[in-house]
Design a protein around this ligand. Structure first.
Ligand SMILES: Nc1ccn([C@@H]2O[C@H](COP(=O)(O)OP(=O)(O)OP(=O)(O)O)[C@@H](O)[C@H]2O)c(=O)n1
Ligand SMILES: C[C@](O)(CO)[C@H](O)COP(=O)(O)O
Length: 230
């Protein structure tokens, strides 16, 4: 009997409250260039042919997704947690319940990184699909890096070999479940949890356009970039 093929899934944590963005509600539903932010994200993922399925993970209290996103083929589960790490862990358990295997890959991608492009996701898959660990899209730091105390510079931090982590982050589902169970709630991305198990995720260079909408001013920048895309 032949082994079952390895599938690739996307998991979109979409259960945040968007406190820093000050959009008057969860930022993933704010309109950017004519569409709710999460719709841009899902449309980009839907154009990646190698993804078998996308799972969107919502807050159990979410009453906006269905209003804002109609006609999606993505799976939806209202199993989000109090932290991003919990949302991802609960989403992984849901994927397993729906038939995903421990050896399958998952690409975890923030709903709030709505400028992601299919070509960047394909580049991540190409780089990681034969890798023992997996990896993430990221950007080498260009600016000089300062540490702060009470609004003043306390130190200049060596920026050599430092990268800003983006998403998607691509790992085997089983390894990521083990890593998140081990790391707990404090990790802010999947790679940190994998690192805590002693692995070294692959850094795959991406674009600064793959930024996360976090602050109020980010909406206008995202709008400008999306409206001027060819
Ligand atoms: N408990 C949480 C927290 C965050 N997220 C998701 O993780 C991504 C990145 O998180 P972030 O930008 O921090 O979003 P928010 O938590 O919504 O923002 P803030 O921290 O400003 O409240 C977002 O797509 C967000 O919806 C999630 O699914 N579950
Ligand atoms: C996963 C992430 O987007 C990588 O940069 C980031 O760590 C999320 O952090 P947040 O504090 O939850 O926005």
């Amino acid at each position: 009997m032949s082994a079952s093929p390895i599938d690739l899934y996307a998991l979109v944590p979409c259960a945040g409250i968007g406190e820093r963005a000050g959009a008057g509600g969860p930022k993933q539903y704010a309109a950017v260039a004519g569409k709710p932010m999460v719709r841009h994200t899902l449309d980009a993922l839907a154009r990646v042919a190698r993804l078998r399925q996308t799972l969107v993970v919502l807050s159990p209290r979410d009453d906006q997704f269905e209003k804002h996103v109609t006609g999606t083929t993505a799976w939806v589960a209202k199993v989000g947690g109090a932290s991003r790490a919990m949302t991802v862990a609960n989403g992984l358990a849901h994927l397993r319940e729906r038939g995903a295997n421990a050896d399958d890959w998952v690409l975890v991608h923030d709903a709030a990184r709505c400028l992601v492009q299919p070509a960047w996701i394909d580049a991540l898959i190409d780089a990681c699909v034969n890798d023992a660990v997996g990896g993430l899209l990221a950007l080498p730091l260009a600016d000089t890096l300062k540490a702060e105390t009470a609004g003043r510079v306390s130190a200049t931090v060596d920026r050599a070999r430092k990268w800003a982590a983006q998403t998607p982050q691509m790992f085997r589902i089983g390894l990521l479940q083990e890593a998140l169970a081990h790391a707990g709630d404090a990790v802010t991305d999947e790679a940190s949890a994998i690192e805590a198990l002693g692995h070294a995720p692959l850094l795959v260079p991406c674009s600064m356009e793959n930024f996360k909408i976090t602050w109020p001013a980010d909406f206008a920048l995202a709008e400008r970039l999306l409206r001027t895309r060819p």
